[in-house]
Design a binder for this molecule. Structure first.
Ligand code: SF4
Length: 608
C-alpha cells in the first residue's frame, strides 16, 4: 500500500491457536473506511455480523487512524471495536492518553483478537512483533496494580499498558479497558469481551515515531492552520479563561442544570439542587491538583484531583469528567464530590464503565424509594458508603451485585419494573436530559451503540453553541430540524472516530481542516464532502449490522419517562421529548425505512 500515515501492518491474533498473522491494511477498505472506528466496524462486519458478543468467534479490534501518533492535534486516541455484550449491537469506544501513539510507533495500525486463550494471556507488542505471554500473575489484580506490574517488568519509558480489571474477568457486561493514563475505552462492555477471551492486557513498548506524511509541505500547512483554529477557540482553549482547559468537561454540570437538561435521581427530575457542589467550578476551586493531557493535545481537559478530607482523604485520581460525575452524582442524588472521586477511581481500578455504573445504582435507589425491592434491602439516594460497597460487589458479582453487573435493564427487570431503566438498546443514558436537550434525545434513540452522547454531540450546538468552526447555535427545546442536525453530527463524529481524533477538535476545526490534514498525510484527495460521505458510510454499515441482529423497526426508542413525564425544573420545565416527530424527520434525511437501511442505500454507499 502506498498511502502515507499508515504503518501498513495489522496484527491478527488467534488466541485459541496462540498464533499471530501480520497483514497489510487493505487499501480499498482504508479508502472507504479510513481507520479507527470505520475499519474496526468493517472487520466486525466481515467476520460475521451475527456473532454473539461473548463467543470466541467475536473479534476484538484495537484500531488507530492514519493521523495517530503524528503531531496532528488531539490524535492520541484508539478505537476498541467489537460486538457489545451489553447491547448486542456493534460498539466502539475510544481512549486517549499515549497508548494509541505508542501502538503506531511500535509499527501497527491495529490489533484484532479472535478466539479464546486457554489461560490468562497478555499480548506484548514491540519492534513490529506481537508475543502472547502468560498473564496468570496479574489475573485477579486491579487495573492499577496490573499496570505497575508491567511497568516494573518492562520499564516505564515508552511503555503503554491497556488492561482489563476484575470486572472484565468476571464478565461484568459494562467492563472496560483502561490504560496507564487512566483513560478508558469505557462504553459497551469491550472489557467483558476481553475477559471472555482470557485476554488481560496489551503491553506496548514503542519505538521511534515512524509516521510519515505523503506530502510533508502540505502537511505542515494543514497542521499549522488546524492548530491556530484550536488555540483561537473559546470553548476549547483560548483564551484559557474558561471552558475545557480550565474546568474540563465538568464545566457542563452547571450549564445543563440551569437549562433543565440535567437528569437527576434516575431522571425523575431535570435538575439537581446539589449540582454546584459537584461542578467543574467547585472541583477547580477545591480539589484540583493537575491538568494532564493526551498525546499532541494543547487543551489538557483532564482534571487530576486529590480528596482532602473525609473517609477518602488522600485519594489522588485522574480525572473527574462530566458524564461519570453525573452518573454517580446527580443521577444517584449524590452531591459529595469526594464520593464521586472515589467511585470513578474504583471503577477505573475494577475496569468498569463509570458512566454505566450509575444506572444499576439509580434503578436500585428508585426501586427502594417506591418499595419495589422486596427481599433485596434498600439503597437510599446519595448513600455514598453503600455505593462504594456496591461497586465492589458488582465487580466481583457478589449478591445483588451479580444482577447489577448485567446492567440497568437486568436490575429493573429483577425488581419487576422495567420502566425504571433509563436505557436505549440496553445502554444507560449519559448526562443530558432529552426533555431539556431534545436533539440529544433523538441522538440517544438513534445511536448505533445504545444511548450515547458521542455518536452525535448535539449539545455542542444546543448547550455550548459552537461547533465546526463557525458558531452553530440551536434551541435545545425545539424539535424541528433536529433530525438533519443529528444526521450531520453523527456523520461528522464518525469521521473523527475514523481518523481517530478527539471529538473536542470539532469545536474548533472545520471539516475542510480535517480533510486537508487527511489528504496531506495519506495522499488521498479529500474535501469536506468526501469525509462526510465516509462518515455516512460508517454510520450506515453500523446500522446495517444492527438490523441484521434484530434491531429493526421500532428499535429506536427512549425510556417512556422522557416522552410522557414533563420536565420538572429549569428552562425546560413542562417539556417532554417529541421523539416520534424527530424520528420521522431523521429517517427521511437518512433515507432509511423506519430505522432499517434499504439495500439501495447500502449499494449507493458502496457498502455491499
Ligand atoms: S481535549 Fe482532553 S480528551 Fe481530548 S485529546 Fe485533549 S486532553 Fe485528551
Amino acid at each position: 500500500m502506498k498511502l502515507g500515515g499508515y504503518a501498513n501492518r495489522i496484527g491478527w491474533v488467534d488466541l485459541s491457536a496462540g498464533k499471530v498473522e501480520f497483514k497489510p491494511v487493505p487499501e480499498d477498505d482504508a479508502r472507504k473506511y479510513i481507520g479507527g472506528r470505520g475499519l474496526g466496524v468493517k472487520f466486525v462486519f466481515d467476520n460475521g455480523p451475527k456473532v454473539d458478543a461473548l463467543s470466541p468467534d467475536n473479534v476484538l479490534c484495537f484500531m488507530n487512524g492514519p493521523l495517530t501518533g503524528s503531531e496532528a492535534n488531539m490524535s492520541g486516541r484508539m478505537a476498541v471495536v467489537t460486538k457489545s455484550p451489553l447491547t448486542g449491537t456493534v460498539t466502539d469506544s475510544h481512549h486517549g492518553g499515549w497508548s494509541a501513539a505508542r501502538l503506531r510507533w511500535a509499527g501497527f495500525d491495529g490489533l484484532v483478537f479472535k478466539g479464546k486463550a486457554a489461560k490468562p494471556t497478555y499480548a506484548y507488542i514491540h519492534d513490529d512483533k506481537v508475543e502472547l505471554l502468560d498473564a496468570s500473575e496479574v489475573w485477579g489484580k486491579g487495573v492499577h496494580e496490573t499496570i505497575k506490574h508491567f511497568q516494573a517488568k518492562y520499564g516505564e519509558k515508552d511503555l503503554s499498558v491497556i488492561t482489563i480489571g476484575p470486572a472484565g474477568e468476571n464478565l461484568v457486561k459494562f467492563a472496560c479497558w483502561i490504560n496507564e493514563d487512566d483513560r478508558a475505552s469505557g462504553r459497551g462492555g469491550t472489557g467483558c469481551v476481553g475477559g471472555s477471551k482470557n485476554l488481560k492486557a496489551i503491553v506496548i513498548k514503542s519505538g521511534k515515531n515512524i509516521v510519515k506524511a505523503a506530502d510533508r509541505d502540505k502537511w505542515k500547512t494543514a497542521h499549522t492552520k488546524a492548530l491556530a483554529e484550536i488555540m483561537d477557540e473559546r470553548v476549547v482553549t483560548s483564551p484559557r479563561k474558561g471552558g475545557l482547559s480550565v474546568y474540563g468537561t465538568n464545566v457542563l454540570m452547571n450549564m445543563t442544570n440551569v437549562i433543565g437538561g440535567l437528569p437527576a435521581k434516575n431522571s425523575q427530575f431535570t435538575g439537581f439542587e446539589g449540582a454546584e457542589k459537584i461542578s467543574g467550578e467547585f472541583v477547580n476551586a477545591n480539589i484540583l491538583v493537575g491538568n494532564p493531557t493526551c498525546h499532541a493535545c494543547p487543551v489538557a481537559c483532564k482534571k487530576e484531583v486529590e480528596v482532602k478530607d473525609g473517609p477518602y482523604a488522600g485519594l489522588r485520581m485522574e480525572s473527574i469528567e462530566y458524564e461519570p460525575c453525573w452518573s454517580v452524582g446527580a443521577n444517584c442524588g449524590n452531591d459529595d464530590v469526594r464520593v464521586v472521586a472515589k467511585m470513578i477511581h474504583m471503577c477505573n481500578d475494577f475496569g468498569m464503565d463509570a458512566i454505566e455504573i450509575g444506572h444499576p445504582l439509580s434503578v436500585y435507589m428508585e426501586a427502594s424509594e417506591k418499595g419495589y425491592t422486596n427481599g433485596d434491602g434498600k439503597l437510599a439516594w446519595g448513600d455514598g458508603a453503600a455505593m462504594v460497597e456496591l461497586a465492589g460487589k458488582i465487580a466481583r458479582r457478589e449478591g445483588i451485585g451479580d444482577v447489577m453487573a448485567n446492567g440497568a435493564n437486568a436490575v429493573a427487570a429483577h425488581f419487576g419494573h422495567p420502566e425504571l431503566a433509563m436505557t436505549c438498546k440496553g445502554q444507560g443514558i449519559p448526562a443530558y436530559d432529552p426533555r431539556g436537550i431534545k436533539g440529544m434525545g433523538l441522538g440517544y434513540a438513534t445511536s448505533n451503540r445504545g444511548a450515547c452522547h458521542l455518536r452525535g454531540y448535539t449539545p455542542a450546538a444546543e448547550v455550548v453553541g459552537n461547533v465546526l468552526g463557525p458558531s452553530t447555535v440551536a434551541d435545545p427545546l425545539a424539535w424541528k430540524g433536529k433530525g438533519e442536525m443529528n444526521m450531520i453530527f453523527q456523520n461528522v463524529h464518525a469521521v473523527t472516530d475514523c481518523l481517530d481524533l478527539c471529538k473536542f477538535s470539532t469545536f474548533a476545526e472545520s471539516l475542510d481542516s480535517f480533510a486537508a490534514q487527511y489528504e496531506a498525510m495519506t495522499g488521498i484527495p479529500s474535501d469536506a464532502g468526501h469525509l462526510l460521505k465516509v462518515g455516512e458510510r460508517v454510520y450506515n454499515l453500523e446500522r446495517h449490522i444492527n438490523n441484521l441482529n434484530g434491531f429493526g423497526e421500532g428499535s429506536d426508542q427512549l425510556p417512556k419517562r422522557f416522552t410522557t413525564e414533563p420536565s420538572t425544573m429549569g428552562g425546560s420545565k413542562g417539556h417532554i421529548c417529541e421523539l416520534d416527530d424527530m424520528l420521522v424527520e431523521y429517517y427521511d434525511k437518512r433515507g432509511w425505512v423506519n430505522g432499517v437501511v434499504p439495500e439501495s442505500k447500502l449499494k449507493e454507499l458502496e457498502i455491499i
